[in-house]
Design a protein around this ligand. Structure first.
Ligand code: G
Ligand code: G
Ligand code: MN
Ligand code: NA
Length: 254
């Protein structure tokens, strides 16, 4: 209860912060886009990670205003990078089920784009399998609306849900993000290597691009290159960084 009342005030007290983690082209290691990851800096609790507060934010519905703040902040920040890199840098934002099902969701997304001036195709929304598998007409319709607006859509944590693969055929996704639990052991577990290889091949034959998450070691990058994985993300390239540190990263790593 205490956490809930603290969370209710966190937005006005400006306690939320985004961290940024690069997503790179596997072949070159060059920057492709950036994932925004939410942090909550509370004076009494310290830095609270999303796994500890997103579930409560979902339960209470606070995820809707918090998620709106995330979208606004992520889009604005992505636009600000153009001065550093001289080109557009895409941003990926995580969307939770309750937020996605809010009737105002598409309007909130469109407003974040127009307020920031970010082009729709520079925004990617990461959606988990858990949400997609509800199989509702509403989910399908919202995904189509976002797709028609030019926004990119990715399946986050791919492989950890129930994986009713049929949704890949009927929904307008652009990207699969292979969950880090598979990527982490590709050099140790032949089964994980086989799964990653199979996911890459399946995704490509469906016209989807693939991001490997949780890349921590150089050997994994060689494996992923060899298997034709389009993009990579993980501590090997960079941890999620606060805005200022990420700007420094950008200046030396674009
Ligand atoms: O860095 P990491 O601990 O940030 O993220 C943990 C989990 O929290 C991930 O599953 C991620 O998708 C989720 N997450 C991070 N930021 C956000 C956010 O802004 N909104 C939502 N809904 N989930 C987020
Ligand atoms: O949204 P998603 O569930 O994909 O969230 C990504 C999570 O993975 C975040 O908590 C982020 O901090 C974390 N992460 C990013 N790169 C790595 C990595 O290389 N190793 C591990 N263990 N976690 C990572
Ligand atoms: Mn994600
Ligand atoms: Na993930």
């Amino acid at each position: 209860l205490q956490m809930e009342s603290r969370m209710r005030r966190a937005l006005e007290l400006n306690e939320f912060e985004l961290n940024f983690q690069p997503i790179v082209h596997t072949d070159s290691g060059n920057l492709c886009s950036v994932e925004a990851l939410l942090r909550w800096n509370n004076p009494t609790m310290g830095t609270v990670m999303p796994d500890r507060f997103i579930p409560l934010a979902e339960e209470t519905g606070l995820i809707i205003p918090i998620g709106e703040w995330v979208l606004e902040e992520a889009c604005k920040t992505a636009v600000s990078w153009k001065e550093i890199t001289g080109r557009d840098v895409g941003i990926s934002v995580n969307v939770s089920p309750r937020q996605f099902r809010d009737p105002g969701f598409t309007d909130i997304v469109m407003r974040a784009l127009s307020n920031s001036g970010l082009a729709a195709n520079q925004l990617e929304l990461e959606i988990t399998e858990r949400l997609i598998l509800d199989n509702s007409i509403e989910t399908a319709e919202i995904l189509r609306q976002l797709d028609r607006a030019g926004i990119r859509l990715s399946v986050d944590d791919f492989g950890t849900g129930y994986s009713a693969l049929s949704y890949l055929k009927s929904y307008p996704f652009d990207t699969l993000k292979i969950d880090k639990s598979f990527v982490q052991d590709v050099m140790k577990e032949p089964e994980d290597a086989s799964l990653v290889r199979a996911i890459i091949n399946m995704a490509h034959s469906l016209g989807l691009r693939v991001i490997a998450e949780g890349v921590e070691e150089e050997a994994q990058t060689h494996f992923l290159k060899q298997e034709g994985c389009d993009f990579s993300q993980g501590y090997f390239y960079s941890r999620p960084l606060p805005a200022r540190d990420f700007e420094s990263w950008l200046k030396t790593n674009q």
